[in-house]
Design a protein around this ligand. Structure first.
Ligand SMILES: Cc1cc2nc3c(=O)[nH]c(=O)nc-3n(C[C@H](O)[C@H](O)[C@H](O)COP(=O)(O)OP(=O)(O)OC[C@H]3O[C@@H](n4cnc5c(N)ncnc54)[C@H](O)[C@@H]3O)c2cc1C
Length: 300
């Protein structure tokens, strides 16, 4: 290697191709936190090449077709962990029952990455600037995980515990995501500020709502890139079941500001993130209620 180059290669590791979910779980049980699951590899391989992590064993679950696919039964939409971003984007079932996800995924990276990256991988990776974790909060999803003691469902609101940290134990595999199909009268909003399309967001908002008589009967707000994990904003409660006036909206943006804990990075200062989050809330409410007056008169 010539002078001036830095080796960007992963440390030595062993590789095992899991033949079934049980096989994968046995490998995880035997190796604990020294093993890592490999799904699409779009986050794991860069992290290994940069030596941010150095697992001793990679457990490749890519061949487990039982973990792939999108189904609906009894109003429950199930997305297998290995379902790729591109599959969600193109799925008529998602378009009919959870269109928020398709909107969001069109902002995830670029086609080459969406062709390999998976929904389960994105959630397990838990990047606070990632779109899907916030969507899962807005959609009240349950994350289904399987471990040595069986299966458990974790509400999305409890799943993300910090930067790249989740409620998954090293011996557990994320196997699926379950959501209620969106009621026919529900509406959604998705927007993110990013330097270029496909870049990680500077700040973003995924929202799901039902509107009755021009008021929110329900409003679920999932912000991302505003702290060390996605934020399920309690400020939404200030907007439910009331006539929305500029004063009501202003009280909600004030409440939101108190919930935010944005980080400083190369992309933005905390103050800029706070400002953009409030702009997004205002834009969301104004768009969903078809009330341009609220946006025009916003103080956010
Ligand atoms: C240039 C670039 C731009 C990107 N931009 C974005 C973006 O804008 N938004 C965004 O959200 N993402 C972005 N990504 C990440 C991409 O979406 C990944 O596909 C996704 O984060 C991880 O999915 P994966 O299947 O590739 O997971 P992997 O890389 O295989 O795994 C990621 C992590 O999750 C763990 N894991 C994976 N699957 C499971 C499972 N089933 N159970 C338990 N643990 C598991 C792995 O052990 C690893 O720690 C970008 C990636 C690149 C390279």
């Amino acid at each position: 290697m010539g002078k001036g180059y830095v080796a960007m290669k992963a440390s030595a590791f062993a590789y095992a191709r899991a033949t079934s979910v049980i096989d994968a779980l046995e490998l995880l049980a035997a190796h604990g936190d020294k093993a890592r699951i490999l799904s699409g590899g779009q986050s794991l391989m860069p992290a290994m090449n940069l030596r941010l992590i150095s697992p001793e064993l990679i457990v490749d679950i890519g061949a487990l077709t039982e973990l792939r696919g999108i189904t609906v039964r009894d109003d429950v939409l199930t997305i297998g962990a290995l379902t790729r971003h591109v599959d969600v984007l193109k799925s008529p079932t998602i378009a009919a029952h959870a269109p928020l996800l398709a909107d969001a995924i069109s902002h995830v990276a670029h086609p080459a990455i969406r062709n390999r990256g998976t929904v389960g991988g994105s959630l397990a990776h838990a990047d606070p600037a990632s779109e899907l974790p916030a969507c899962m909060m807005a959609l009240a999803a349950t994350i289904i995980v399987r471990g040595p003691h069986g299966e458990r469902g974790i509400p999305a609101q409890e799943f993300f515990t910090g930067i790249y940290e989740t409620a998954l134990s090293p011996q557990e595999l994320l196997v699926a995501i379950e959501l209620q199909v969106a009621p026919t009268d529900s509406v959604h909003f998705f927007h993110e500020f990013a330097r270029r399309r496909g870049d990680y967001a500077i700040v973003g908002l995924a929202a799901q709502a039902t509107i009755k008589a021009e008021r929110f009967a329900d409003l679920r707000l999932g912000f991302f890139a505003v702290g060390d994990r996605p934020l399920f904003a309690g400020a939404a409660r200030k907007l439910v079941d009331v006539a929305i006036t500029p004063a009501v909206l202003s009280a909600a943006t004030f409440a939101l500001e108190k919930e935010l804990d944005p980080q400083e990075d190369q992309q933005a200062t905390p103050a800029m993130r706070r400002h953009l989050a409030k702009v997004l809330l205002t834009r969301c409410v104004s768009t969903l209620l078809s009330r341009p007056d609220l946006y025009a008169g916003a103080t956010a």
